[in-house]
Write a protein that binds this ligand. Structure first.
Ligand SMILES: CC(C)(COP(=O)(O)OP(=O)(O)OC[C@H]1O[C@@H](n2cnc3c(N)ncnc32)[C@H](O)[C@@H]1OP(=O)(O)O)[C@@H](O)C(=O)NCCC(=O)NCCS
Length: 183
């Protein structure tokens, strides 16, 4: 069952994120890895900043969570995690479809460039990699992350976001998606 999460799910969300994030250990740059990967204070900050979680529940427990955050003219998918022992059984795809169908605007996702499985997961679900200078511009427009994370991340766009990214070198003075170039 896919359902919206509430504050009562805080501990369960934290547990799913930190269990799922163990996949990153030894894969993402060492200087970006820390344990727990998501401290409780950071999750609290993310939720207070507008990240709304949905989750898949099996037998009364959350096995996967995914957040969405409206920012300017897009929706960002944030913090997508499935418990290690429940991965590759469709939970991530079901959550992603749910969030995309609920999103009133184009959808963007950022993830670690080294997490090849996650990129493949999003591509299988219809997302396209935004690369090079456009990626840096999109990250700068919509994310508030350190420069080191910009360097080591990729952005993926859903069909609507890809359509909005024009094939010309717009000057991007609008501060939104339509000034950007499709790779
Ligand atoms: C990425 C993630 C959210 C996907 O959820 P999921 O329920 O495992 O994904 P689904 O079962 O819907 O889709 C599975 C597809 O995703 C990709 N995939 C997911 N995990 C993978 C892994 N460990 N190795 C290789 N491919 C993987 C594959 O393409 C897979 O298809 P396949 O099994 O036919 O090869 C989940 O695997 C996860 O939490 N991973 C660790 C954390 C992470 O990378 N989060 C992404 C943050 S942006």
């Amino acid at each position: 069952m896919i359902r919206s999460c509430t504050l009562a799910d805080f501990d369960a969300i934290l547990q799913v994120i930190n269990d799922g994030a163990s996949a990153y250990k030894g894969v993402i740059p060492d200087d970006r890895w820390h344990e727990p990967y998501m401290p409780a204070d950071e999750l609290r900050h993310e939720m207070a900043s507008g990240v709304i979680f949905s989750g898949e529940e099996v037998g009364g427990s959350l096995v996967g969570v995914m957040g969405s955050q409206p920012v300017k003219d897009v929706v960002l998918i944030r913090h997508a995690y499935v418990l290690c022992h429940r991965q590759r059984r469709g939970t991530g795809s079901r959550l992603l479809k749910h969030l995309i169908s609920a999103a009133p605007r184009p959808v963007l996702i950022g993830t670690w460039a080294a997490a090849r499985w996650a990129i493949r997961f999003y591509e299988k679900n219809g997302f396209t990699v935004v690369d090079g200078e456009e990626k840096d511009r999109v990250l700068d427009l919509y994310w508030d992350i350190p420069q080191r994370q910009v360097e080591t991340s990729v952005v993926l766009a859903d069909v609507r976001a890809s359509r909005e990214i024009v094939r010309t070198s717009g000057d991007n003075t609008e501060g939104n998606l339509s000034g950007l170039i499709l790779p």
